[in-house]
Design a protein around this ligand. Structure first.
Ligand code: ADP
Ligand code: TRP
Length: 326
């Protein structure tokens, strides 16, 4: 159903090649929803700066995300595709949120707790990350924020922050909602843990055929022989069939349970189905990457549009908090 007045905002960090977990957890939703909402899709480059200190790599990663967005089918005529850092109002609003939020509240955020638990040296950016994300969302009066399950808490923090601001300064911000697709939840990686760049267990969305095959064949399984009955619910290969082998799923399930399929064959079927699904995206990406000038132009144009929206909102905010003398 068309609902053009509702606003969607989301984005990903430019931190390396996207994987199929990012695709099913987040990216695909951006494309599926682009006709239904007025969409703002950003490249969260200042968020990436919490974990990167290499300008050459970051520059390339930003351009790559823009190419990825176009390759999966985001239409720049319908969607505002933009770079977070090109709209300085995001960091400006984040500062105001810093002043409104208590340390103990932010200390409860999962991402921060995980970083502490891993004994990482946590920079201040990691700690206030959710407030920059709240600014990203609230500046555009977003109604919905499609994200993977692990980002849901961040959207809840944005919502709490909007409520807190509104209580203090008047009704300025809309309360956003996370859109997490139930059927997706978490895509697992080659080793059975959540697929994540930080676990090095990913299948890159744009991997070429050879890499794809090699990765699929390396998915970890138990050592059951070809003729032994297997539990599809406990199989890492089957978990990925759910995303790529809809047409074969009931047949595969039956063969697993009856001991009529070995892991090798199951992986071969998975590779073929995956390759069929991903090859057109890969081809499209290759074409787009030949004209980086056009991609930069799309980003520039999108960032201009986003900035117009954000700066108008920021005017209201400055007035509400009292720094604007007009
Ligand atoms: P990574 O864990 O590989 O660093 P990010 O944290 O950059 O991935 O995630 C980008 C987006 O993709 C987020 O919306 C996140 O929720 C989603 N996402 C990441 N990994 C998965 C996964 N394994 N399953 C589902 N969604 C995921
Ligand atoms: N934190 C998100 C991630 O790691 C990326 C992000 C930054 C984002 N700002 C956002 C997602 C605003 C949705 C809305 O994937």
């Amino acid at each position: 159903m068309s609902n053009p007045q509702k606003i969607l905002l989301s984005g990903v960090k430019p931190t390396g090649r996207p994987h199929i977990g990012n695709y099913f957890g987040a990216l695909k939703q951006f494309v599926d929803l682009q006709d239904e909402y007025e969409s703002f899709i950003m490249i969260a480059d200042y968020h990436a700066l919490t974990s990167t200190a290499d300008a050459t790599v970051l520059r390339q990663d930003i351009l790559d995300v823009a190419i990825d967005y176009l390759a999966i089918g985001l239409d720049p005529e319908k969607v505002v595709i933009f770079q977070q850092s090109a709209v300085p109002e995001h960091t400006e609003l984040a500062w105001i949120f810093n002043c409104l939020t208590t340390m103990p509240y932010l200390a409860r955020a999962h991402a921060y707790k995980d970083a502490l638990a891993k004994n990482k040296e946590v920079n201040v950016g990691v700690f206030t990350y959710p407030l920059l994300m709240a600014a990203d969302i609230l500046l555009y009066d977003a109604d919905v924020v499609p994200v993977g399950l692990d980002q849901k808490q961040h959207v809840e923090i944005a919502r709490d922050t909007a409520e807190k601001f509104n209580r203090a300064f008047g009704e300025i911000f809309k309360l956003p909602e996370a859109l997490v697709f139930d059927q997706v939840k978490t895509v697992i990686g080659l080793d059975g843990q959540k697929m994540s760049k930080s676990y090095r267990n990913t299948i890159p969305l744009f991997a070429d055929e050879r890499e794809l095959k090699q990765l699929v064949m390396s998915i970890v399984t138990d050592s059951k022989g070809e003729k032994e009955p297997k539990n599809p619910e406990e199989c890492n290969v089957f978990a990925l069939h759910r995303f790529f082998s809809a047409k074969d799923l009931s047949d595969l399930k039956r063969r697993y349970v009856n001991g009529e399929i070995g892991y090798r064959e199951s992986k071969e079927i998975l590779f073929n189905n995956m390759n069929e699904y991903l090859a057109p995206l890969r081809e499209k990406r290759r074409g787009i990457a030949t004209d980086p000038g056009r991609v930069v132009e799309i980003l520039r144009h999108g960032s201009e549009k986003a900035r117009a929206r954000a700066s108008a909102k920021m005017e209201t905010v400055r007035r509400a908090v009292g720094v604007s003398l007009r």
